[in-house]
Design a protein around this ligand. Sequence first.
Ligand code: NAD
Length: 311
Amino acid sequence: MAVIGWIGLGHMGGPMAAHLVEAGHEVVGFDVDPGMAERAAATGVQVVQDAAAAVRDADAVFTSLPRSEHSREVLIGGPDERIGLFAIVRPDALVLDTSTVDVDTSRACHDAAASRGIRFVDAPVSGGIAGAHAGSLTFMLGGEQDATGEAAALVEPMAGHVFIVGGPTSGIAAKLANNLMLFITLQASSEGARLAEALGLDPTVFHDIATVSSGDSWPLRTWYPVPGVVPTSPANRNFDATFTTRLAEKDLSYALEAGDAAGLDLAAGRLAMERFTRLIDEGYGDLDCSLVVKYVGRDGRTPGFDPDATG
Ligand code: NAD
């Protein structure tokens, strides 16, 4: 069993770290938010007062942080000469970033780790908060072969599927390309659902047809944006978030940046981005990203959404 340092015990990191405790590892964790740290302590994580104390003696270190800039600052170091964790971890430690970051940040982390001889793996996840609690996340691992092999064994207690994708940044590349498709198919299922309804179809009958036909997709099956059809749909709960618009906007912005850098025209992705930005501008950044369905109606309304009843 290993000693594991865990930085960022939030909605994903907290339950993920708990699975490593259950698997018998000694997990030493830190979060800048004392409330999140306290929740993790209740699951058996040994909470310490700073990140350095969490990682100094660790065999492996995980990070689960909000955005690219947090991963850079925590791992590489801050502009105010704050020391990053690569300067603190044991030289033989394996470091895994499970955060969704942009490709440049992931590359910078690989380079900074390699310059110190530290093994680093980009290890983003898919499956959401529910998958983090259930221990059924999909892990996409990118890095040198010996590092990704060891990482694959280590993430097993948190995972439903583990992919060793390839070399440095290939895990994050898979994650960003996957989420680009998710957000585009979200637009498609929104438009199909509203068109079917406008043409007089029973939403459950249409959903049954589409899920076994060529219009099928993950958002169609999981987030069908009409109340009362799919139990997991945010439309049943006034679009309370399962995946916030803010998080969707972040992930998609990284995918679009990567597309721009590669000289691609990701037009459907840009449309999805414009819709997420609009939701955020209207004050709905903390609601579910499937609320984009409201822009299908020219009046900005959609069944199951009462703007006056949002928390
Ligand atoms: P979150 O905001 O709940 O958790 C991040 C945690 O990091 C917070 O508790 C925050 O206090 C902590 N933190 C921030 N800066 C820190 C620092 N310098 N040192 C220590 N702790 C610090 O976010 P989340 O939903 O748990 O997401 C974490 C990562 O996982 C993100 O990169 C996100 O894109 C990715 N992700 C999230 C989901 C999801 O559905 N929530 C799904 C897949 C991937």
